[in-house]
Design a protein around this ligand. Structure first.
Ligand SMILES: *Cc1c(COP(=O)(O)O)cnc(C)c1O
Length: 598
């Protein structure tokens, strides 16, 4: 049975032939008249004779190409149906067509004008929010002719820090700053100060930095129960770790399995960094739905999508949106059975998920395996700059063995500039940041991380149980899945339809809380940090108060979902609708442009 399904996966792999729609249309168009003649011939049972005209050989060659292309399309269709089923394949196809149609419509003059106008007003709001500036600040659209004094630079840095911003210091922001303690910050600044010239590109100049980097990787590998062969490297952050695991999987598939059209299978909840890896490195990404009960990736659907071009499976421990750990054990079995690499994204889980067992917050049975103890797991990413409390710009990518790690290396032996090699995406790397990470890890130690895990998770469980147990909250809200770590997200109950979760988020925003907004389904998420621990009761109280307020408003004025749509709801309304999803893309581009406006 197992063997059979594996063979089937091999045979009905991805398109075994390349497809080229334009080429096919070109052939059909340019030789339309020949077809007319041929069809006349076929009707009279003169099939072969129809090729015996002076153009016969050309016509035959053309038909061979067309049959080849049509077969390519059929195999693609077949693969899609095998992976997604008929219904979902049709839905995906129509969604694609729909989007294209609406994008075209939106670019036509009358609609175009309207979209531009809408965009302008959104843009004005974005600019107002993020382009903080004032007349008291020095302005540098270009380099000052003469440098300003050190004292002036330092006071200006203070002035810039005092611009209006979300206040993380009081713990009201989801994620962002994970530790925030003064003595740790002092240690990290001192470490940076001592090593600000260090560059990991030059281990001969900075041997101490090399030793520290090797130790950081080794320490984190032990935390994730890597085997003796385990290895890894430090990176600039979770996204770089995910890019590298994607690159390594692509190269591994190419080198050891001859795969030239690589595909990745990941849950819809996977971090954007995996999509970015597929975008950068030319891989096709299959995004798999969740099990509606557990909110973990649907394992059966993952299995159906595996084919001979699959180079990587991905699961999260836990994922960013919902804080839910996928069934990594089942993914590990699938990976072993099909001989595919499996990456576990523990960027967010970091030193929370890996310390859960030691922390004793949950019963042992309630904590699933997710690390290298599962034999199918071939790589894990862990952000030391999240719950490892290291300075920003620090993450670890780990592999089961060096054969896989080698696939992320860049090697250039015949460069005019000398023999060159670099382990990660960057060339020069800021050694000082890595030193800050090392200093943090050895300063906090196993005991410290166990305690912070215990304190943070106890607090997030308090939030989870409050939403599930409080009378008014449990009537309107629902925790998504069963989070056991530091992230809790919640949505409006399915049987409630006059309550907007985004309106709740906006209301909490007015009280200073900074929740992250999610979509599909609309929900709010909070990643608890050490700074949230002392104010958890205030957080729960404010959620209750805001929910009561919205319910009262509804009773007075009717449905708040339709009436007076808040900014967040409006934005996600735009993003969620097929007819306007193209506009949402433009909003994001405008936002990114704004980052560089002076
Ligand atoms: C934060 C995060 C990442 C990586 O994000 P960076 O901002 O690049 O550090 C990856 N995966 C998950 C689940 C995350 O939460």
């Amino acid at each position: 049975m197992e063997l059979e399904s594996f063979t089937r996966a091999k045979v009905f792999g991805q398109p075994f032939l390349p497809t080229d729609f334009k080429l096919m249309v070109f052939f059909i168009q340019t030789s339309f008249w020949i077809y007319v003649e041929q069809i006349k011939g076929w009707v009279n049972y003169q099939y072969l004779e129809s090729y015996s005209c002076p153009w016969g050989y050309l016509a035959l060659a053309r038909d061979v190409v067309i049959v080849y292309l049509v077969l390519g399309y059929l195999s693609r269709l077949f693969t899609s149906i095998r992976g997604y089923g008929v219904y979902k394949s049709l839905c995906m196809f129509f969604k694609k067509v729909n989007r294209q149609v609406f994008l075209t419509l939106l670019s036509l003059p009358p609609m175009n004008k309207k979209v531009e106008k809408e965009l302008e007003s959104v843009l004005a709001k974005i600019e107002e929010e993020i382009m903080q500036n004032n007349d008291d600040l020095l302005q540098f659209p270009q380099l000052p002719a003469k440098g300003i004094t050190t004292e002036r630079v330092l006071t200006e840095l203070d002035n810039l820090q005092n611009l209006k911003h979300s206040d993380w210091i009081n713990g009201k922001v989801s994620g962002a700053v994970y530790h925030g303690g003064k003595s740790l910050l002092d240690l990290q600044s001192e470490a940076y100060h001592k090593y600000s010239v260090a560059n990991q590109l030059h281990p001969d100049v900075f041997p101490g930095v090399r030793k520290m980097e090797a130790e950081v990787v080794s320490m984190v590998l032990k935390i994730f129960n890597a085997p003796e062969t385990g290895c890894g490297s430090t990176t600039s952050g979770g996204t770089e770790s995910l890019l590298l695991t994607g690159l390594a999987a692509r190269q591994y598939g190419k080198t050891y399995r001859g795969i030239t059209q690589p595909e990745v299978i990941a849950p819809v909840t996977v971090h954007a960094g995996i999509e970015k890896a597929c975008f950068y490195f030319g891989m096709k990404l299959h995004k798999v739905d969740l099990d509606p009960k557990t909110y973990q990736v649907d394992i059966k659907k993952v299995e159906r999508l595996i084919n001979k071009n699959t180079v990587l499976l991905v699961g999260s421990a836990p994922n960013y949106p919902h804080g839910i750990i996928d069934d990594i054990e089942a993914l590990s079995k699938l990976a072993l059975k099909n001989k595919i690499l499996l990456h576990v994204d523990a960027c967010l889980g970091s030193f929370i998920v890996s310390f859960l067992e030691k922390s004793g917050v949950h019963d042992k049975g309630a904590i699933p395996l997710f690390d290298f103890r599962l034999p199918g797991v071939t790589s894990i990413s862990c952000d030391t700059h999240k719950y490892g409390f290291a300075p920003k710009g620090s993450s670890i990518i780990m592999y089961r063995n060096s054969k896989i790690r080698e696939c992320q290396y860049y090697v250039l032996s015949d460069w005019t500039g000398g023999m060159y090699g670099s382990p990660t995406l960057a060339g020069s790397r800021p050694g000082a940041l890595m030193v800050g990470c090392w200093a943090t890890l050895v300063n906090i130690g196993e005991e410290g991380y166990t305690k912070s895990c215990r304190d943070i998770v106890r607090t997030s469980m308090k939030l989870k149980y409050a939403i599930q147990g409080n009378e008014i909250l449990s009537k309107y809200l629902e925790v998504i899945g069963n989070p056991i770590g530091s992230v809790v997200s919640f949505k409006v109950r399915d049987n409630v339809n006059d309550f907007s979760i985004y309106a709740l988020g906006d209301l909490l925003g007015k009280k200073g809380w900074h929740f992250a907004s999610l979509q599909n389904p609309a929900a709010l998420h909070f990643a608890l940090t050490r700074l949230t621990i002392p104010i958890i009761d205030e957080l729960i109280g404010d959620i209750i108060e805001s929910t009561e307020h919205l319910v009262e408003e509804n009773e007075k004025h009717g449905d708040n979902k339709k009436k007076d749509v808040g900014d967040t709801a409006a934005l996600y309304g735009v993003a969620g609708s097929v007819t306007t999803s193209g506009v949402a893309d433009k909003v994001i581009v405008a936002f990114l442009d704004t980052l560089y406006k002076i």
